[in-house]
Each structure stands twice: as C-alpha cells, then as structure tokens.
Design a protein around this ligand. Structure first.
Ligand SMILES: [Zn+2]
Length: 297
C-alpha cells in the first residue's frame, strides 16, 4: 500500500532555479494541499513514500536505483535497489523537503506535510537529586556516557532486520510515553523519548526484533544499566534502567531472546523498562515504529 501525502515535485536544473521553485512552492501552499487530497501516485515522479509522516515516525520509500536523496540538508542512505528509510524527530517541522537527484542528474524537490502532535506534561518526584541537578564533578562522566550512546546509535549496517517487525520487549502497564514534557523533582528536564513499561525488578526483557548488540553498560548516571541493539539502516533500540544485561557487544540476537532484566538503575523512581528507538540521532516513537513495522508472520 502506498499513501502519498502532500507531494509537489519539480524538475530543476540548477541551484538558482531550485531556490526560485522553492519560494514559489512555499507561496503555493494551497496547491500542495490540493495535491495531497488527490493522493498523487508518487511513483510517477520517481519517489515512493509508504505511510503517513508524523513527528516521531519512521517511513520507508523507494526511488530509482542510483538516485541520491537529501532531506533538509541531510543525506539519506539509498541502497542498490533504491530502498530508503528516514525518521522524523519529536519536533519535526510542519513541512519537510526532500531533494532527489537521479542518474541523469535531474533534480526534484518534494515537500511533505508532517503531522504535528501534542505532547503531555508529566511531573516526577523522588528521583535521585544528583541526576536532576548533577554536581559539576559528574559532568565528565555524563559527557563520556552520552558520547558512547551516540556512537553506538550512529552505526549504519546493511542488515534489514527491522523489516521483520517489532514487538513489545515485555508486557506491562505503560507509565510513560514518547514526547512528554518532563519535570524531575520540580525542575524541567528533557522531554521523555522512550516508552516506559512498569514491571518488577528482575522481569525478563526480550529482543523485540533481530539485531546486533552495539553497547552494554552496567550503570550510566541517567540511564543505569544500558543496552543498545542495531537493526539495520541506522535503526537502533535502547533499553535503560536494567538491573541485569544478558548479552555482549557484537552478539547477534533473535526476536524473543532474553536480553536483560528490568531494574530501577539511574534516574528512575521505581522498576520499569524505558525502551527507545532511534534512526541515527533522531529519536522515534516506539509505538509508531511498531505500527509501521509490525511483526511479519
Ligand atoms: Zn522513561
């Protein structure tokens, strides 16, 4: 199924023309919306996008092999068959642009509408105070740990593990969702990017999809026991506050394998799993990713 939303391609030959068309397009918003209602079959224009674009979502698509793609100035990896994916962050703007250059050096500009979400506010009391306003003595440690996490998430491999779908890594009540604005012990903190699933300490956590273990850390300041698994094309999943981690870096896991146990390590008020999914450095909503890549029977 191909749903194409708000697409307005133009063939342009040089940079000035591109800018000109861009300005024109920004002024012709009505036309763009009109096209989106018609659900233009994008394949006619050389780019196919599957699914709806929303803040926090992942999307996949198809271009003619040999085409290069750029989204808002960022290169998108296109494989030999023309397949690509990209993710949209929590604050992705209302309109994003995608530029394609095919083998004949024809440049096309696409503008997409991105569904804008509203996020909840969540106030949390009782987290360790050194994780709310960390003393400066901890800043080196915080910096080092965050670098380790971003290096692990930046790994791109050719695996298509994500295509076989994602399931929940454990069952339990959902106590925190993607995107909510958070206050810790009364102080505003970063938004919440994970899906929190409450469960007693020691509850097994299972791999939601096949992948390769990229990072294992027994106790980071904020995230406690931390595990990162890559699933191909820059998609990674992160598991935090774990009390135990059952896998090692470099190991391959299959869906359903035991990867660790629920804990309350790091900045947590009680035992739960905080499960996160990224496309490279872009944080995605695990619930949208599960919908987009459901389990393939
Ligand atoms: Zn959380």
């Amino acid at each position: 199924m191909v749903l194409n939303l708000s697409i307005y391609p133009h063939v342009v030959n040089n940079k000035n023309q591109l800018t000109g068309y861009f300005n024109y397009l920004m002024m012709s918003l009505k036309n763009i919306l009109f096209l989106s209602l018609l659900s233009v079959p994008l394949s006619l224009f050389g780019v196919e996008i599957n699914g709806q674009l929303s803040q926090g979502s992942i999307v996949s698509g198809q271009v003619d092999p040999g085409t290069t793609l750029e989204m808002m100035g960022r290169d998108i990896r296109v494989d030999e068959s023309g397949f690509f994916i990209f993710g949209l962050g929590r604050n992705a703007p209302e309109k994003i642009t995608l530029t394609s250059i095919n083998k004949k050096n024809e440049k096309k500009l696409y503008i997409f509408s991105v569904h804008q979400r509203e996020y909840k506010e969540q106030k949390i009391f009782g987290v360790p105070q050194n994780t709310v306003k960390p003393p400066s003595a901890l800043s080196e440690r915080i910096k080092k740990e965050s670098e380790q996490v971003w290096i692990a998430r930046a790994k791109i491999n050719n695996s298509l593990d994500f295509l076989s779908g994602f399931v929940m890594p454990l069952k339990g009540p959902i106590t925190g969702v993607y995107g909510s604005r958070r206050f810790y012990n009364g102080y505003p903190g970063n938004p919440h990017y994970g899906l929190d699933i409450a469960a007693p300490t020691g509850t097994p956590v299972f791999a939601p999809a096949p992948g390769a273990v990229e990072l294992v850390h027994p106790n980071m300041l904020y995230s406690g026991g931390t595990l990162i698994i890559s699933h191909g094309f820059g998609i990674s999943s992160t598991y935090i506050h774990l009390s135990e981690i059952s896998v090692d870096v470099g190991e391959r896991v299959n869906r359903g394998d035991l990867i660790g146990k629920v804990g309350a390590t790091g900045r947590a008020t009680g035992p739960h799993l905080d499960w996160r999914i990224n496309w490279l450095d872009v944080r995605l909503d695990p619930q949208l990713v599960m919908k987009y890549f459901p389990l393939v029977p």
